[in-house]
Design a protein around this ligand. Structure first.
Ligand code: GLA
Length: 365
């Protein structure tokens, strides 16, 4: 389903649910990350790409002052949220956090109706929460008649995660969703927020394949990595792991322990993003594929965020003809991303999904 079709169905659901027309209907995409994992909260480099899978939010005024009435089309559930209330560990938190932190300062004593629909699966490691935040912030701005700055939206969406949800993530997902361009890789320096679009390699496809293992970042493993990186910085006497690079690997190895491993992944993955951007520009599929596979090994051995299922999928992906493959996103399951020659795409997808029936091709870009 494309954007327009999704907007039409969510608009209809809104009208049916709330007995009125929506005043604004917007979408925001999920993303797949090509290189640079967990580098964002370390001030490093990332290379994500928005997908055509997206979340749609329809918004209008409501009748109950101080409350938002929400409807999820995918789950066919409704909820009422007190705009003066706190988070409830529900999907509605992402929307409530946006109302509280939006730069448009929506009137929280007014009433709102919101319908949400999506073509983006949750728990697949392709940023459904960032897309929901970006779409909600866009909807709030549209209702206020404001054309918002995409970078500002990305920053606010991250703030919702960090300050309201309590997830200490970086800015990659929100930035990719708000600022990225379809069919282009987004090379982002998460420290300066300077960014550049990089072309994909002609005659090749980026395939996003859900492993079937739902990823969950709320069990503390993500936060644990953030703490370990901070501890590595203390041992190295620096403010951010961004302040060291591959030239410092001897110094990094010398701190030993888990901190050395975590820091080694960050500096080598930062370097792989830089090398990856050069490979994209040079249209060098072999080099880009190699970097993807190296990044997976680094996530597996040094950052320890892969699971057996994704390790196996990545190995088999390459055996079946991908030029490179890696787990993508926060980790502990979710999706893998692979680089495959155009002529091999159908055969590769069939071979992967018939050998691993729990997998699903989410996107071919
Ligand atoms: C999650 C976070 C991002 C980023 C990735 C890992 O998706 O939301 O900020 O840290 O994990 O690269």
């Amino acid at each position: 389903m494309d954007s327009d079709a999704l907007k039409a169905t969510v608009g209809e659901a809104f009208a049916k649910q709330f007995g009125r027309q929506a005043q604004a209907i917007v979408t925001a995409p999920g993303r797949v990350n090509l290189l640079g994992e967990h580098t964002d909260y370390n001030g490093g480099f990332v290379l994500p790409m928005p997908l055509t899978l997206e979340i749609c939010v329809a918004i209008g005024s409501g009748l109950k002052p101080g409350w938002a009435k929400l409807y999820s089309q995918n789950f066919d559930t409704s909820a009422e949220v007190d705009l003066a209330g706190d988070k409830a560990d529900e999907w509605t938190d992402f929307i409530l956090g946006c109302f509280k932190l939006s730069e448009q300062n929506p009137d929280l004593t007014a009433g709102y109706c919101i319908a949400v629909g999506s073509t983006l699966p949750m728990g697949a490691g392709i940023s459904s929460s960032a897309a929901l935040e970006v779409a909600t912030l866009r909807a709030i701005a549209a209702l206020a008649g404001v054309d918002p700055d995409p970078v500002a939206i990305a920053k606010t969406a991250r703030k919702v995660e960090n300050e309201f949800i309590g997830m200490p993530c970086g800015i990659m997902d929100q930035f990719a969703s708000s600022v990225g361009t379809r069919n282009m890789a987004l090379f982002l320096d998460t420290q300066s927020l300077d960014y550049e679009l990089a072309p994909l390699i002609p005659d090749h496809k980026i395939i996003t394949l859900h492993s079937g293992v739902t990823h969950k970042l709320t069990d503390g493993s993500y936060e644990q990595r953030v703490k370990e990186c901070n501890s590595a910085c203390e041992k190295l006497g620096i403010g951010l792991l961004r302040d060291v690079g591959v030239a410092d690997l001897d110094r990094i190895n010398a701190i030993g322990g888990v901190e050395a491993k975590r820091a080694r992944h960050i500096v080598t993955d930062n370097q792989r993003v830089l090398d990856g951007v050069a490979a994209l520009k040079a249209r060098d599929a072999q080099a880009f594929g190699r970097l993807m596979s190296e990044s997976h090994v680094s996530q597996k051995d040094d950052y320890e965020i892969t699971v057996e299922e994704t390790d196996e999928l990545v190995d088999v992906a390459v055996q079946l003809g991908a030029l490179g493959a890696r787990q993508t996103g926060g980790g502990f399951g979710g999706s893998i991303v692979a680089l495959v020659k155009d002529q091999d795409v159908d055969r590769w997808c069939d071979a992967m999904t018939s050998r691993y029936p729990q997998t699903k091709v989410l996107a071919i870009t």
